[in-house]
Design a protein. Structure first.
Length: 255
């Protein structure tokens, strides 16, 4: 059977990962390794200056082995592949995240970073996010996500790539379909809000108003979600600009 390594950045007790794990066990053997607490926006950070501690947790029946780690999503995947699992997984899946991971936000996302860690280890990898921060029932979306993950795997995801899935938070029967997209652009205005502590000293809280330029561009993940489609975006951890690299070969850079 398919060997599935599952993680997230919302933490071991998040409903998104719980429902996705229960759906994925219908198509493979699931091992869940997730942070012990929420690690949203942790990016590809790894823990180097404190010890990692791993604990087995009993939140499923005997069909799923689950572990939590006092580290980041990347720590979870790295540790699982290097030290915990007897065999390399067939696929790494991260999610379901509560909240979208669209456009340039993927550079900060712990959810996407867990999948990127899988891709770095040459394992086909998928990140799954649901476009809501409200309390919700993840079960119907988990069923769709598991089915889509299986189809992506069967189509042989290229090693070194992550398939970034974003699902609109609308009734399942209103989803228009699945679109293959590129990353859109997301920027935030007035990102830092200044407040005063009880002693009158300033501190700042990261927030901001979303300024979406690609909301009507159906070729982007941002536009697809806005138009009630599931978006699937292939992304790579290779950030090299090959077009610029080619141009630079003509530059005079000798010193």
């Amino acid at each position: 059977m398919l060997k599935i390594l599952l993680s997230n950045d919302d933490g071991i007790n998040s409903p998104g990962i719980y429902h996705l794990a229960n759906c994925l066990k219908e198509i493979g053997i699931v091992t869940l390794v997730a942070p012990e607490s929420e690690k949203s926006a942790s990016g590809l950070s790894i823990t180097m200056h404190k010890p990692l501690r791993i604990k087995k947790v009993d939140i499923f029946d005997d069909s799923i082995d689950a572990w939590c780690i006092n580290g980041t999503p990347s720590d979870c995947i790295k540790f699982a592949i290097d030290s915990l699992l007897d065999e390399t997984p067939d696929i790494v899946i991260s999610g379901i995240n509560q909240g979208s991971n669209l456009g340039t936000d993927v550079l900060y996302s712990g959810t996407v970073s867990a999948a990127i860690e899988g891709a770095i280890n040459k394992v086909p990898s998928i990140a799954v996010s649901l476009d809501t921060v409200q309390k919700c029932n993840f079960e119907p979306y988990a069923k769709v996500a598991a089915k889509l993950c299986k189809r992506l795997y069967e189509n042989k995801i290229e090693k070194g790539l992550v398939m970034n899935i974003n699902m609109p938070y609308i009734p399942i029967n209103e989803i228009k379909g699945v679109k293959v997209t590129k990353l859109g652009t997301r920027r935030y205005k007035n990102c830092f809000i200044e407040r005063l502590d009880p002693r009158g000293k300033s501190y700042f809280w990261l927030a901001g108003e979303l300024d979406e330029k690609d909301i009507n561009n159906s070729n982007t993940d941002v536009g697809s979600i806005n138009n009630n489609y599931i978006s699937v975006t292939p992304i790579s951890f290779d950030l090299t600009s090959y077009e610029t690299m080619s141009k630079m070969k003509k530059w005079k850079l000798d010193i």
